[in-house]
Design a protein around this ligand. Structure first.
Ligand SMILES: [Zn+2]
Length: 326
């Protein structure tokens, strides 16, 4: 079995076990933390201890691996993740590379790359992504094992398109799989499949992230028929799509034979700074949006809806293993 890079080093793909394919440890703005959090609402030791406790709960429930798509734009900082993972060694954490934006590229790429002031050769993003995948991230020795980008409500803006093409370029060079955040209300998955297909991406290595925000079976079947994997990965974000609808949609897709194209997750985090500094805000707003919802509530609901244990294993074990096997 080939090995998959994780925060604590390579792990045999067959050893990944039950895997949640889209969980953040932290979502943070580095400048927010450094300028407004430090000395106020951000205590590094306290937040690390909290993350360790939350991830242990996940590991205690038999989840062996999480894929963490936290990249530039979401506050990726691998030394903190290493410190946490050392204290939860029973859990594999898979790191990602890529860029998270709904609109423009960061200023660090604004004047460099195709069509810009300093237009010389391929997009420099590609070299950064490839380095993360092949040499490691920021001197930590940790290698990313998948790529991440986003298409949200603004659609394929010039910046978003540039990132998608760069991610596709890094995929072609390395074979690394991809996860794309998509806005389901505009059926952004269609745009992604179309563009990545034209870029020569192997669509069986693409997770259409947040596909599970949609209950449109025709849209979801169309994506799955392209070979792509449906990210039913926002369990607990009931404000977007309640659990009972997400469960019914998965049951209907399994009934139609799509269990081999579905992965499960919450898109949760130990702490996210998008909703202000008070850690009580998220649980008050979305009480089910945490790492324990799938094991405690969703799997029993899927079984009650007629989804068999073999199909659950397919979604939690076999599909992630296939995705990460190069
Ligand atoms: Zn996410």
């Amino acid at each position: 079995m080939p090995a998959v890079e994780t925060v604590r080093g390579p792990v045999e793909a067959g050893e990944l076990g039950r895997t949640f394919m889209h969980e953040h440890v932290f979502v943070l703005g580095t400048e927010n933390v450094q300028n407004y959090g430090a000395g106020d609402w951000w205590d590094e030791d306290e937040k690390v201890a909290d993350a360790v406790a939350k991830l242990r709960e996940l590991a205690d429930r038999g989840i062996r691996t999480i894929a963490d798509p936290t990249v530039w734009g979401l506050g990726r900082y691998i030394p903190r993740i290493q410190r946490i993972n050392e204290q939860v060694p029973e859990l594999n954490i898979i790191a990602a590379t890529g860029l998270y934006t709904y609109n423009d590229v960061p200023f660090q790429f604004h004047h460099r790359g195709p069509g810009t002031m300093l237009d010389a050769g391929p997009d420099p993003m590609i070299a950064d992504f490839v380095r993360d995948l092949t040499e490691g991230i920021g001197g930590t020795g940790v290698k990313a094992a998948f790529l991440k980008c986003a298409v949200d409500a603004p659609g394929l803006t010039p910046g978003v398109e540039r990132v998608l093409r760069a991610v596709a370029g890094a995929h072609r060079e390395t074979g690394a799989p991809l996860t794309v955040h998509t806005e389901s209300s505009i059926h952004a998955g269609r745009t992604v499949v179309d563009l990545l297909g034209k870029e020569g991406v192997d669509l069986t290595k693409v997770v259409i992230g947040h596909a599970g925000d949609s209950n449109d079976l025709d849209y979801l079947a169309e994506l799955a028929d392209s070979g792509a994997i449906l990210g039913m990965d926002r369990f607990g974000l009931d404000i977007i799509n309640p659990t009972e609808n997400r469960v019914a949609t998965i049951a209907a897709l399994c009934e139609r034979g799509y269990a081999d194209r579905i992965v499960l997750s919450h898109d949760a985090s130990c702490f996210i700074d998008w909703f202000g500094p008070d850690p009580a805000t998220v649980p008050a707003m979305q009480p089910n949006w945490h790492y324990r919802h799938i094991t405690d509530d969703v799997l029993p609901a899927l079984r009650a809806a007629g989804v068999g244990d073999a199909q659950i294993d397919q979604m939690l074990v076999a599909n992630p293993r296939r995705y990460f096997t190069r």
